[in-house]
Design a protein around this ligand. Structure first.
Ligand code: SF4
Length: 78
């Protein structure tokens, strides 16, 4: 799946939400989260993010790799 990383925090622009064909981007307290079980890897969200916060999971910068686990945890808790 695609993953939303640090640049989204306290921004939550939501341009990605309008692009996602399966509506799998959800709002958290300080960031948006992509549900990894629903994302179909279409990539539509990535180019529209004004803060370039979205990455394919394997392309996450090392320092933000943990956002992949953060998304899993977010949806485990809902
Ligand atoms: Fe939605 Fe496609 Fe982005 Fe996955 S890659 S979150 S399906 S827009």
């Amino acid at each position: 799946p695609y993953v939303i990383a640090q640049p989204c925090v306290d921004v939550k622009d939501k341009a990605c939400v309008d692009e996602c064909p399966v509506d799998c981007i959800y709002e958290g307290k300080r960031s948006l989260y992509i549900n990894p079980n629903e994302c179909v890897d279409c990539g539509a969200c990535e180019p529209v993010c004004p803060t370039e916060a979205i990455f394919y999971e394997d392309d996450l910068p090392d320092e933000w790799a943990w956002y992949k686990d953060a998304a899993v945890s977010f949806f485990d808790e809902v």
